[in-house]
Design a protein around this ligand. Sequence first.
Ligand SMILES: *Cc1c(COP(=O)(O)O)cnc(C)c1O
Length: 471
Amino acid sequence: MKVTAIRLSFKNFVNIGPPITRQITPTLPRSFITSTPKYSNKMTIQQPKTQSQKYNPLTEITAEIGGQANVDQLHKKSRDFRSDTLTLPTDAQLLYSLKATRGDSVYEEDPATIALEERVAKLTGKEAAMFAVSGTMTNQLAIRTHMKQPPHSIITDYRAHVHKMEAGGIAMFSQATTHQIFPENGLHLTAQDIEPHLQLGTNIHIAPTKLICLENTLSGMIFPQDEIVKIGKLSKKHDIQLHLDGARIWNVAADQIEKQNLNPENEDDRQTVLTELLEPFDTASLCLSKGLGAPIGSILVGPKEFIEKAKWFKKAFGGGIRQSGNIAASSDYALTYHFPRLSQTHQLAKKLEKGLRELGVGIGAPVDTNMVFFQPDKIGLSLDSVSERLASLPKPIIVGRERVVVHHQITPEAIEDFIKCVKEMKDELKSNGQLEENDINGEAQDKLDDWNKPKGETTDAVLRKQAAFGY
Ligand SMILES: *Cc1c(COP(=O)(O)O)cnc(C)c1O
């Protein structure tokens, strides 16, 4: 039976419905549980909380349900700043997914997966959506579907994930060349940057431009929407497709919702904002396993015919998922209950930025959302020495090089401890006479100010350095 015509809300396919505090009897066979938690017959699921209620991420996995090993992991992850992919699925999230439908989604017979796809298509104002395992896959499938026949080329930012971080997939799967562009303003591409690079098929030496790919956020920075609209007009004028790598577009949406005084828990408000953000794009890929905290998954949205074609490529890539209902349900849960938490991750990132700036630490890129690029060398501390000290705290803090990412399971305590640790190191330098107070005056102060320039003035050199690290 084909169930593509079904249009029902997700609730119909999942029987355990948060938000509730209810008694449940777990039904997982013991052999599937590695840490053999002791189940009582009656357990209480913590009611999921969103932004309007204060939540404590550390209570969302319990020894009783998730097992002590996972509780310990959660405590570690609440101080792990390497990426927002590192979050742990919560008890309530997994129990929600336990009762999801279990149909074969390659046969298009899994209502939970279809419901998630319909929900995201509606949220983004696109005709159709396709669930897949990763953002790399949805980007590459989108590009493969856009690119009809070589010779052809794609315009991207020089730092673009699709260009740098997807294992050369564009060349491998789409036989295309990428023309990478360095933004003139050092922050984001503009229509003016792109226009002279368009190859309109008049010079046989150069593969014609068939696609422009933008990324929002990029290094945590929000791409100004008015510029995206201009690039959209330019691409339409030349009949060039426009794709968005929106792995973290949810963060942009959260920021917009806050700025427009809308409610992140209201589906209509989310729809309003996301539809506007995605309006200039033909297609977009949105990650579910980054900020939203789903265990697996990404979604491609676009015209119905396009998505139907992309499904063929997905099958050819070996990307068909059979009983995908439970992972779709985990994503659905994340959309409902974790999305409203994103603005708090932004606030915590800004708190960290402020604390570090006050110490004189350089900040390498504008902190618009949940990422802080910190430069401790500006106060005479090497990045290695800071990350080693953070990692050796009684409760270790983990950072990945200079990029610090705040996710929804990072606690305010971790932010405070981070700042405190850098302050201690700075004070030690001072008391050892290695850092004079006047070291951050005069010329040094000018240098520092240069590093700490506000949004719109971050130097290209800083961002090039960042790109060299491959974010
Ligand atoms: C993480 C990410 C992706 C997709 O990554 P997967 O790990 O394959 O899900 C794509 N684009 C950007 C900008 C990303 O940060």
